[in-house]
Unconditional design. Structure first.
Length: 580
């Protein structure tokens, strides 16, 4: 219906081309439709054509929303100032209006912080309303922290810390505790900062590399006066998630310069505007965990206004834009990060390639990843990512070749990584139809990780599918099922094992459970149809095959399904046997 309405609206386009701008009502309707379809540039352009006298407060807010999501900083500032200058209007009530007004104030605060215009920051903050209802709690916490950063900008650290006192809820406590640690670090109160960061790591931040590095940096700074703090800082860097790029760089820096100072590690707050940006970014991340993607994107954009050098804000913005199917804007959001030092530049280039791959622009994705893999400091992961793109593009022999290059760089220190690469290369060879090369790799992966359900299932099912070493295949699949009894693909393998042995009733039970877990997998529905047929449930069999046919199966599988639907399973199996 929306497409039909839009088509009608577009009919007068030739006549409108003769005028300077479209009529206000036309631009407003088209702008709303474009915004609904996430055509942000188009919406912003249409709204901008509406004369000021026709631009009411609601439209100003709409223009502001579009400019914010589009990352148009100048337009955001202009519109925010217009809305704030207009003051409260009659009918300004309710949660939606409260949130809209808060975002306008937050935008002006973010820009003022980014410009280090703390006088304007304080003025806008003084008028920052604390709306009621659900948004009131969030807004109140934001105001506390934003107020603390305004005081910190004036170097009134004690007053800033006093604002970050006890919280009523666990979520609010987490926010306040994080920014208390940041402000202690800004004040160079290193033992207190290290303790505050460490307390966060002990509760909820153990897997957040930036917080861990900040804690280590504060401890290293405190270690100038107390060697025990230095030892704690080094231990914090040694711990944490393995193979994290930020931590890997920090570990290398300490290894190369044991006497280095904490601030060289990065991640510690050195300017108040960085704290404002970190706050806005965290709100974005928390919102983005749910379905509130446009608000999450708005907060991520605000974080870039407050601190354009905060790389995570650009990555989060790009990821949220991809969730809105705005690939071009997502690529543009990565451009600032591409120019940053390691590891951010490389991560941005890799993410850029992933966006191309998501669009099935395989040539662009391949070129970007090949450039990374051919760098002198390339690692196994660079070749693995390139191989994965080739696999997704259906180029399985090429994928296997790149996995081989990854293995050459993997070394012997990480058995888990090598096992994964062997498995991926084996699956590529299997999909390329070269079982003689696939089987040794799959068995090598299993030797390195004997209890991995995915490895067990893949090898076991491959044996069953080929009708070779059936006893071993059933045993491997059973072990996989014991390790992951709720995995739909593994349940399907168990059902297929029962089918092959002639236990069709058990096969139906298992395959029905597999379809419930994996309703979009054509192979599962295909298998279930075969099991239904063997138990005499012919109508249900055809329903299952029809479902499989509608789930985008491979060409080979689609052809087999067509024969089953036309002639039944017995004819299909007879024809398949003759073809072999």
């Amino acid at each position: 219906m929306r497409a039909f309405i839009l088509a009608l609206l577009l009919l007068p386009a030739p006549a409108l081309a003769k005028t300077a701008v479209p009529p206000p009502e036309y631009a407003y309707v088209q702008g709303r439709l474009a915004a609904a379809d996430q055509q942000l540039h188009t919406a912003a352009s249409l709204f901008a054509t509406i004369p000021a006298e026709d631009s009411d407060r609601r439209l100003k807010h709409r223009q502001f929303d579009i400019a914010l999501l589009d990352g148009e900083k100048k337009a955001v500032v202009r519109l925010a100032e217009d809305i704030i200058a207009a003051g409260p209007q009659e009918g300004d009530s309710g949660l939606a209006v409260a949130i809209a007004n808060s975002l306008v104030s937050l935008a002006r605060l973010a820009v003022a912080a980014g410009d280090r215009d703390w006088r304007t920051y304080d003025r806008v903050l003084a008028g920052y309303a604390e709306p009621q209802q659900r948004w009131g709690e969030i807004s109140a916490v934001l105001r506390q922290i934003l107020g603390a950063w305004g005081l910190a900008a004036d170097r009134d650290y004690d007053a800033a810390l006093a604002l970050l006192g006890p919280a009523e809820t666990a979520a609010a406590h987490s926010y306040l505790a994080e920014h208390r640690a940041h402000i202690l670090a800004l004040a160079k109160r290193w033992p207190e900062a290290a303790t505050a960061y460490s307390e966060m790591l002990a509760t909820e931040g153990a897997d957040i590399p930036r917080l861990r590095i900040a804690a280590a940096a504060a401890a290293l700074e405190a270690g100038r006066d107390d060697p025990q703090w230095r030892e704690r800082g080094i231990a914090l860097i040694a711990g944490g998630p393995a193979h994290d790029p930020l931590l890997d760089i920090a570990r290398a820096r300490i290894a190369n310069d044991p006497d280095m100072r904490g601030r060289k590690l990065g991640s510690v707050i050195t300017r108040p505007e960085q704290g404002v940006a970190q706050l806005l970014l965290r709100v974005s991340i928390d919102l983005g965990r749910g379905r509130a993607v446009p608000p999450a994107l708005g907060f991520a954009r605000l974080a870039t206004f407050a601190d354009p050098d905060l790389p995570e804000a650009w990555f989060v913005s790009s990821g949220l834009l991809m969730r809105l199917d705005r690939a071009e804007l997502a690529l543009a959001a990565l451009e600032p990060a591409q120019k940053m030092d390691a590891p951010w530049g490389r991560m941005a280039r890799v993410q850029r390639a992933e966006i191309f791959a998501a669009q099935e622009k395989w040539d662009e994705a391949r070129a970007a990843l090949l450039a990374e893999a051919q760098r002198p400091d390339a690692e196994a992961g660079d070749w693995t990512r390139l191989a994965d793109v080739e696999r997704r593009a259906g180029n399985f022999p090429e994928a296997a070749e790149y996995f081989s290059r990854a293995l050459a760089l993997a070394g012997d220190s990480d058995a888990g990584m090598k096992g994964q690469i062997y498995f991926l290369r084996g699956s590529a060879w299997e999909q390329a139809g070269q079982w003689e090369k696939a089987e040794p790799d799959l068995r090598q992966a299993l030797a390195l990780d004997p209890d991995n359900p995915i490895y067990l299932n893949y090898l076991g099912y491959s044996l069953l599918e080929r009708g070779i070493r059936l006893d071993e295949g059933r045993e491997l699949v059973a072990r996989a099922y014991a390790g992951a009894p709720e995995n739909g693909a593994i349940i399907d393998s168990m059902g297929w094992a029962a089918y092959i042995t002639g236990d069709y009733a058990t096969a139906v039970q298992l395959l029905e459970k597999a379809r419930a877990a994996e309703p979009a997998d054509p192979t599962v529905s295909d298998h279930l149809g075969d099991a239904y047929w063997r138990t005499g449930r012919r109508i249900e069999a055809r329903h299952a095959w029809n479902a499989a046919r509608a789930l985008n199966p491979s060409e080979k599988q689609a052809a087999a399904l067509d024969v089953k639907l036309d002639y039944g399973l017995d004819v299909a199996e007879n024809l398949a046997g003759k073809a072999q």
